[in-house]
Design a protein around this ligand. Structure first.
Ligand code: GDP
Ligand code: MG
Length: 166
């Protein structure tokens, strides 16, 4: 099994932290350098029974006026071409304009999307269910997976779920 995966989410939700955890520090840090190249491979996770190729999609979270039509097209085409999208949000913060903007971009995309609720180490467990419920109303996510990229909670489980979609 092998597939391309794009992690989408506002700055600081924990995308690099997640990549660091699953594929190692160096690669994900390098991909944080300012770059003009689109659709860069951020890293490859090779497991005995699966290969996951993480693709950067810069700009998908940026308001349109900052980015231009061409870049937006490129970003959106990438979303159509990958096998799976991980939409990462911060459990500490509610659904906001940034998330709304990204969800709009998903409307024209048929790629399966997982909602990854990160930083669950920062919230009381009772808060999680309401967050999940509020996101369920907004989009038909294939999976909703709460994790802590920093502490590692549920990350293995997420990888298993990704594997089953490749
Ligand atoms: P990115 O902009 O989406 O790539 O976000 P980063 O991976 O750079 O993370 C932004 C900040 O959030 C950093 O200070 C991380 O240490 C922190 N962070 C990321 N994941 C978690 C998490 O699961 N729990 C907590 N408490 N902090 C996290
Ligand atoms: Mg980053």
């Amino acid at each position: 099994k092998s597939g391309f995966i794009s992690i989408i989410g506002r700055p600081n939700v924990g995308k690099s932290t997640f990549l660091n955890r699953v594929i190692g520090q160096k690669i994900a840090i390098m991909s944080d350098k300012p770059q003009t190249t689109r659709n860069k491979i951020q890293g490859v996770l090779s497991l005995p029974d699966a290969q996951m190729i993480f693709i950067d999609t810069p700009g998908i979270h940026k308001p349109k006026h900052k980015l231009g039509d061409f870049m937006m097209k490129v970003a959106q085409n990438t979303l159509k071409e990958v096998d799976l999208i991980l939409f990462m949000v911060n459990a500490e913060e509610g659904f906001g304009r940034g998330e709304e903007f990204i969800l709009e971009k998903f409307q024209t995309v048929n790629t399966p999307i997982f909602l990854v609720i990160n930083k669950i180490d920062q919230i009381h467990p009772d808060k999680l269910l309401p967050i999940i419920e509020s996101y369920k109303e907004k989009y038909a996510f294939k999976e909703i997976v709460p994790i802590s990229a920093l502490e590692g909670n549920n990350v293995e489980r997420l990888l298993e779920q990704i594997k089953s979609f490749l």
